[in-house]
Design a protein around this ligand. Structure first.
Ligand SMILES: [Zn+2]
Length: 296
């Protein structure tokens, strides 16, 4: 029997999938993926992403990603709120509730990219992060957080603006920081980065966290697992770009987690699906209606 999985973070609307999006989803379906949560990264992608969610039946999140904050404008926040209202309210004339909207994201802070660490850009990131936390609170949505060298600053924001929790995606902080997120109703997302032998701290975290705190993700097309990764010299000699990650890799990534923790693969599947549905409660309505991906 094929196990059921949820990819809690997958950028299916990315240009890397422009030519074979449906095939990518079909391959994921064959591997037992019941849903791929698609977070937005910038305002101009909101409409096409909502459309993609409609066509494929997949869940999505709306938000402005910290790497896109340099180009973002304050009016993008008004556009975000307009889409949240449309998706969440049934009483507005001509609009319907959209059960596929499951979170606000991808939002957060990135203090790893040097240009984003300039004082003015740090301020702009904080402004968009806090404004979006307020929207998540107002519309009672969980958030999907981008965390890169920013765990403490993100936690500070969460203490000021209390949201209902969500997912700290591609988490790579300390056990103590992980615990703070867990205490605030978050789970931690693990994916391809955990498949590398040298990722000692991350593997230790994946091994030692309670199973209730873990969800799985690919972050496709990014963060390829080690079996897809191409070194710079391979890329040059073979004339290819970095291996594209896709949601069908999720079960193999999960088998690394199962191995690290000494758990059965079916336990890992059941727990991570359960955890994802717990922190993204709106996903439950889609999931129960359609336990597998729609066929295309
Ligand atoms: Zn992402």
């Amino acid at each position: 029997m094929t196990l059921q999985w949820i990819d809690s973070h997958c950028h299916l609307d990315a240009p890397e999938f422009a030519h074979d999006r449906i095939e990518v989803l079909q391959r994921a379906q064959v591997q037992g993926l019941a849903a791929c949560v698609m977070p937005a990264v910038q305002a101009k992608d909101f409409e096409p992403l909502i459309q993609l969610a409609r066509v494929t039946g997949q869940p999505y999140a709306l938000g402005i990603h910290p790497l896109y904050v340099p180009k973002a404008q304050e009016s993008d926040l008004a556009l975000l709120e307009k889409h949240l209202q449309e998706a969440l309210s049934s009483h507005l004339e001509g609009t319907a509730k959209d059960p596929r909207l499951v979170a606000l994201g991808e939002i957060g802070l990135d203090f790893w990219v040097p240009s984003l660490c300039e004082p003015a850009m740090r301020d702009k990131q904080e402004f968009f992060y806090h404004a979006q936390l307020k929207l998540a609170k107002r519309y009672e949505l969980p958030v999907i957080l981008h965390v890169r060298k920013s765990a403490d600053a993100l936690l500070k924001g969460l203490r000021q603006i209390k949201v209902q929790g969500g997912i700290a995606h591609a988490f790579n902080g300390s056990l103590q920081q992980a615990q703070f997120f867990i205490d605030m109703g978050f789970v931690l997302g693990f994916g391809g980065a955990m498949t590398y032998d040298r990722a000692l701290q991350l593997r230790q975290l994946a091994t030692n966290l309670p199973m209730t705190a873990i969800v799985l993700e690919t972050d496709a097309p990014d963060i390829p697992p080690h079996w897809l990764y191409k070194t710079q010299s391979q890329r040059q000699s073979e004339g290819v770009s970095q291996g594209r990650n896709e949601p069908s890799e999720l079960p193999r990534i999960a088998s690394v987690l199962a191995h690290l923790r000494g758990e059965s693969l079916s336990n890992v599947a059941a727990s991570t699906v359960h955890n994802t549905l717990r922190v993204l409660p709106r996903l439950q309505s889609i999931f129960s209606v359609s336990p597998s991906l729609r066929s295309f």
